[in-house]
Design a protein around this ligand. Structure first.
Ligand code: PLP
Length: 426
């Protein structure tokens, strides 16, 4: 089939806008009449720096956050790399704050051994990272924290499986979350790609207090960023791989509160971390280093940043009211697809609870004559023959998953909804 005949609902890498790919294919051969392709130019060239800076500014403009308060950095290693980076950097920031408090308490002339002993005691008594586990990806992040830090420092503040027969699909009531006092971070995944669970809004229990203090919130937004308004100022860090709503696989974006960087906070030295029995981060995962070098501490794929930049420019052109415009379209597309599923409860069952179902990854089961396997096979086969592809659920959970990312046009969602209705009737 040709590209135009297909609507691809894969969960990631996802469909990219065709016009962006057309422009990019030219840029790969000859970028801006330089005779060299975009993937061949030095990442240290002025044109590479311009591409990075424009993408940063366009992201801030589209999502409506202040570039004075937040630093945007491009990284490699995907969302998975950020599972580790978030632990290293926010535990480092916690240690730096405790270090300042200890120096304040003991006086600047205190001897080093006394400072380390006091710090060690604080680490052993109080260091915690909190995880809200609502699906396969926050579970992986939690497991990475256990691996890097050890269980004594990792608090499973909520586990959605405990309220849903061992399965994901709900979000535990926030009043039941067991949050630690002064946690180095509270981590959650805003949209669980595998399980189709999305936080309907920012969790109120994590909101900043009136005096500006409050929990240090970290969120994985890999699969719903750019699809709705985000209260960025409530977060210390949010991150996302590019390969769903932003661009091509190969770059990961972190949006980081500047007050977590020098001069406010400087990461502890490797020597100090060793004395405290805490892990030393690989340098490529140290935000402080990457930010200081405007994401060019080491070789970055400028091609992938360029694609992300083109997607952002396209969004800004399409929606004068920026992310709010895309949000309205995302909600409309999701509601059309869910309505088609709900119209035939004898055939379809949406997997997650209605209150937390995702606008981005629509997960459902298909049954006909009591047979799920056969019905889902037939559904996928028939959908594919009509150009609706990439609908198979994640291998760990099975079923059907329609990923409704930004690049799926309204007509694509309508076509899928019509197919869902028609399949139920035969
Ligand atoms: N977080 C979420 C929500 C994801 O959907 C994924 C991948 O699909 C990841 C993290 C992991 O990303 P990566 O494969 O880039 O490491």
């Amino acid at each position: 089939p040709t590209r135009a005949e297909i609507t691809y609902f894969g969960a990631g890498p996802a469909l990219l806008p065709t016009d962006v790919l057309e422009t990019a294919s030219q840029a790969l051969l000859n970028y801006n009449d330089t005779g060299l392709g975009i993937a061949e130019h030095s990442h240290r060239s002025e044109l590479a720096t311009n591409i990075i800076n424009e993408a940063k500014a366009d992201l801030a403009s589209y999502l409506d956050f202040s570039a004075n308060d937040y630093e945007v950095i491009f990284l490699q290693g995907g969302g998975t790399g950020e599972f580790a980076a978030s632990v290293y950097n926010l535990v480092g920031a916690w240690v730096a704050r405790q270090h300042a408090a200890v120096l304040n308490e003991l006086g600047a002339s205190a001897d080093e051994a006394a400072v380390v002993a006091a710090l060690r005691e604080r680490v052993e008594k109080h260091l915690k990272v909190d995880y809200i586990v609502t699906g396969g990806w926050s579970l992986k992040a939690y497991q990475e924290a256990l691996r890097l830090l050890g269980p004594e420092y990792v608090n499973l503040a909520a586990d959605a499986r405990t309220i849903n027969d061992g399965k994901f699909g709900k979000i535990p009531d926030q009043s039941t979350w067991k949050l630690s006092e002064d946690a180095a971070m509270v981590y959650y995944c805003d949209n669980e790609t595998v399980d189709g669970v999305e936080f309907p809004e920012f969790p109120a229990v994590l909101a900043p207090r009136a005096d500006g203090s409050g929990p240090i919130v970290v969120a994985d937004m890999s699969s719903n960023i750019l699809s709705r308004r985000v209260p960025v100022s409530n977060y210390s860090l949010l991150f996302f791989g590019a390969q769903k709503n932003l661009g091509s696989t190969g770059v990961t974006v972190a949006v980081l509160k500047k007050s977590l960087l020098p001069p406010t906070i400087t990461q502890p030295s490797p020597a100090l971390l060793r004395k405290l029995g805490l892990p030393v981060p690989p340098i490529v995962l140290q935000y402080e280093i990457v930010a200081k070098n405007n994401s060019l501490y080491n070789t970055l794929s400028i091609f992938d940043v360029y694609i992300a930049g083109q997607v952002l420019k396209r969004l800004l052109r399409t929606y004068p009211n920026k992310v709010d415009g895309q949000q309205a379209v995302s909600e409309k597309k999701a509601s059309i697809i869910y309505a088609a599923l709900e119209a035939h409860p004898e055939v379809y069952r949406v997997v997650p609870d209605k209150s937390v179902r995702s606008r981005m990854n629509i997960c459902f089961r298909v049954t006909k004559n009591g047979n799920v396997d056969e019905a889902e096979k037939a559904f996928l086969k028939e959908a594919t023959s009509q150009g609706l592809t990439g609908l198979k659920g994640h291998r760990s959970v099975g079923g059907i998953r329609a990923s409704n990312y930004n690049s799926i046009p309204l007509e694509g969602a309508e076509k899928l909804a019509k197919f869902i209705e028609a399949f139920a009737k035969v």
